[in-house]
Design a protein around this ligand. Structure first.
Ligand SMILES: [Zn+2]
Length: 391
């Protein structure tokens, strides 16, 4: 028997798409984990739901995506000796995480055979085990001197689809990095780069020239992680790059706003994507993506419905994921949320644009309810409810 999820009484329907961020409708249907229909309940076939959710008038958005994390194993990070950080992140509305390298693995191998083995193993253990249901795209090797084209083919053949941040390994020159990123791209592996000053002892400076010469698919933490590049270099990257411009929580907030404002002037807001860069020196940030959305919306003066797109649809498009947007056939990954209690603003969007976090009331991944009222966000005015079926 197929699984059918129906969510009715949606008050505000966010699409994840900047060209039409708010959808008409009050209902969405998912069959076997994929969106099968959405719109007004009266027009949809909602019979035979195995799970029925009454949204109680709250907002439904595509699940948030963190474009930049550093996982190690399961739901544990040795970086801050923390358990269940991914479960906590789910409670911040994030349903998909993308690794920028498993660099906090104690004793991380830096020889070529070792780094390949770690990447393949990481890809497998997060494919085989999803902490609290969260999708973790991991297995992101950090390039080192001595790698040859065949290594990238081996990695791709073994299921690796991502590179870790260029610059965290021994390759710190644009010429070598460009060659290796080219090999990665040839075999379908996406790439990102550590932009800015060193993050922790042992890492180094990557300036705009190196970013441009390397030509990765994502300009990783363009606002630094932690130290940002000088303003003129950030502006130059915004002007020169067709790659994703990734803004992270663990970076410089002034540089984040500079990136946003420059991208807007250049009509490149569709390239803006969000990450946390957690776990990091500044810890884990379970509400990091929501906080970035509220910060950029309020201080950057972006309508909240567009700021949400930085945290789901834009990332999905740049990363070629079948989640993060409301579209038939896409994964039924959602966050349901409402204006936080006693937060100013006439509705959730105005409240976020005033810099307040929404209250998360439910998350759904692959059509399955994964969490109810968030233990981390402020409490919401209204909470969705599972009427029948599994929760
Ligand atoms: Zn970094």
């Amino acid at each position: 028997m197929s699984e059918k999820l129906v969510i009715r009484n949606i008050g505000l329907f966010l699409s994840g798409k900047m060209e039409q961020p708010i959808l008409d409708g009050d209902c969405i249907v998912a069959t076997d984990g994929k969106i099968s229909a959405f719109g007004y309940e009266a027009d949809l076939d909602t019979e035979g739901a195995t799970t029925l959710v009454d949204a109680k008038g709250v907002t439904l958005a595509p699940g948030l995506i963190d474009s930049h994390i550093h996982p190690v194993v399961g739901d544990y990070t040795p970086r801050q000796q923390q358990l269940h950080w991914i479960d906590s992140t789910l409670h911040g509305g994030v349903t998909t995480l993308i690794s920028a390298g498993e660099v906090h693995m104690p004793g991380r191998p830096k020889d070529v055979v070792g780094l390949k083995a770690l990447a393949i193993a990481s890809q497998r253990w997060y494919e085989n085990f999803r902490p609290s249901g969260v999708k973790v795209h991991a297995g992101a090797p950090v390039i080192e001197h001595g790698m040859v084209e065949e290594d990238f083919k081996d990695l791709a053949d073994a299921g690796v689809t991502l590179l870790g941040e260029v610059g965290l390994g021994t390759v710190k020159d644009g010429k070598t990095a460009q060659q290796m990123v080219g090999w990665a791209r040839k075999y379908g592996i996406q790439s990102t780069i550590h932009t800015g000053g060193p993050s922790i002892p042992g890492s180094g400076l990557i300036d705009a020239d190196m970013v441009l010469e390397t030509g990765t698919d994502v300009v990783g933490h363009i606002n630094g992680g932690h130290s940002a590049l000088p303003d003129d270099q950030i502006v130059c990257l915004c002007e020169s790059c067709r790659a994703a411009l990734e803004i992270v929580h663990n970076g410089n907030e002034r540089a984040a706003l500079l990136t946003l404002n420059t991208a807007r002037e250049l009509d490149k807001l569709d390239q803006v994507i969000l990450g946390t860069d957690g776990p990091a020196g500044s810890g884990v940030q379970p509400l990091g993506i929501l906080r970035m959305i509220a910060m950029l919306s309020s201080l950057g003066n972006v309508p909240a419905e567009l700021a949400f797109c930085f945290g789901n649809g834009n990332t999905a498009r740049q990363r070629k994921l079948d989640t993060g947007m409301i579209e038939v056939g896409f994964c039924a990954d959602f966050v349901l949320m409402d204006q936080a209690q006693h937060a100013p603003g006439k509705d959730i969007l105005e409240s976020v644009q005033l810099g307040n976090l929404p209250g998360v009331g439910m998350t759904v991944i692959d059509g399955v309810v994964r969490s109810l009222r968030s233990r981390n966000t402020p409490p919401a005015n209204r909470l969705p409810e599972v009427v029948s079926g599994a929760a």
